[in-house]
Design a protein around this ligand. Sequence first.
Ligand code: SF4
Ligand code: SF4
Length: 497
Amino acid sequence: MHYTNFHGQKQGLLPNYLLVIIIYKLFCLVFQKNIFVIQIFNLNQMELPVLISLCIGIIIMLFMLLATFTLMLEKAYRGAIISFIFSIILPIPFFISLFISHIGIFYVPYATLSIISFILVIFLFNRKKQKFAPQTPIIQFDERQTMFSRNELKVDSDRFKAYYKENPEHKVKDDIWRSKPGLLSSESVFYHPSTFAAAKASFLAIEKLGPHIKGEPASNKKPTDPMQLSTFVKKWLKKQGMASVGITEMHSYHYYHTKGRRDTYNSKVTTKYPYGIAFTIEMDEQMMQAAPKGSAIMESAEKYLKSGVPAVQLAYFIREMGYNAQAHIDGNYEVVCPLVAKDAGLGEIGRMGLLMTPKLGPRVRIAVVTTDAPLVPDKETDIAHSMNEFCHYCKKCANVCPSKSIPHDGRKIQDKVLRWKIDSESCFTYWQTVGTDCGRCMAVCPYAHANNWLHNFIRFGIKHSYLFRRLAVVLDDVFYGKKPPIKKMPKWIETRN
Ligand code: SF4
Ligand code: SF4
């Protein structure tokens, strides 16, 4: 198809879809008829395209320079250098018209059309494929099968013998991680006295919260409006620094059927309240970038503690209002926190098996409070589809995982539901070897980048565009590397031993 430019000259082929033709016609209309614009800028028709070209070039340059500055602040120096190079290269075609002004007349409509078409094509197609639909679990999990529970089994104790009699398939792999130095061990690969001691301090402090997770409610119930109470709880937790808060109706799959920690081992989970309040707290990006070094477990333990305190406080508050409430915090879970958080609208479970939140990805810790106080549940997140699809293409966590525990292929039926399942035993073996809870997968996840305008722009694109999801995987590899190197711990930590 040929078209006529605003000088009445025949020009080359147009892209053959209707939308672009309409935009083109509108564009020509503005150029030909808008005498007002031409008069304001005191331009003739020769100069206006040059001005537009110049403006587009400057916008692109400023965008890339701002991105450079943002990446510098993040200490993402590779990305900053590439962004700076792009800030020079990308605007060049638009600046050419400055030097050869007659080129702009022919070139600007094409360039502008290309940009608009590119944006439209990117954002017009966001088909939701069934294979990426969110899934609902069916079965209840047994806490005794978790690595933390198995790690507490004393070799040759009655519990130990009973567990491996029932689960002989785990014995060989479990013997391997038992032969390693262990979490926070001074014999481990990444032993670092200060960070390990700081992590231990946080875990010891969390243990002190244990007796406070349950309790009797006040005898007189205060009159409560469900919506007001829900809003109050959410705003209060946000005020305390929580990154996100959501409420869900509880289902049986949220609860473990049998407990597996400490003196509650083997006991059935019987306290099942109808509502769950789930909330997340951000883990510091710089601390996690050095994962699997000591700063990662120091941060991890600290955020278990800092989410545990408001969980206990919230449970006390609800009991004070006259309702039952139980906090679920590190070492004292009766629920599977990521599943509760997912249904409370806080995110989706990603390839690495963790909750992926819209703004911070997996770089969060979760706590839950279950209660019978009247509350208004939230809707599930609307990003589940796009996250599942992005994870399907991304695979960065699987590529960097030092123990090869994260699958590279698509979701499969595991425990009667379509999902990714990591190899918990090999992951835990690595933890026992290096002494930390690793977190390399979390550190490199494109969703876990800083919560700023640049990454939120990328996250917006991932959510709204099928093509952008594909493009973002490539962009992340270009700007951060296919296998980003492990960074140094923050200086104030690195200089201590
Ligand atoms: S690194 Fe990629 S594949 Fe892994 S959880 Fe994050 S987005 Fe998904
Ligand atoms: S924590 Fe480390 S070892 Fe475990 S899955 Fe993530 S990257 Fe792999």
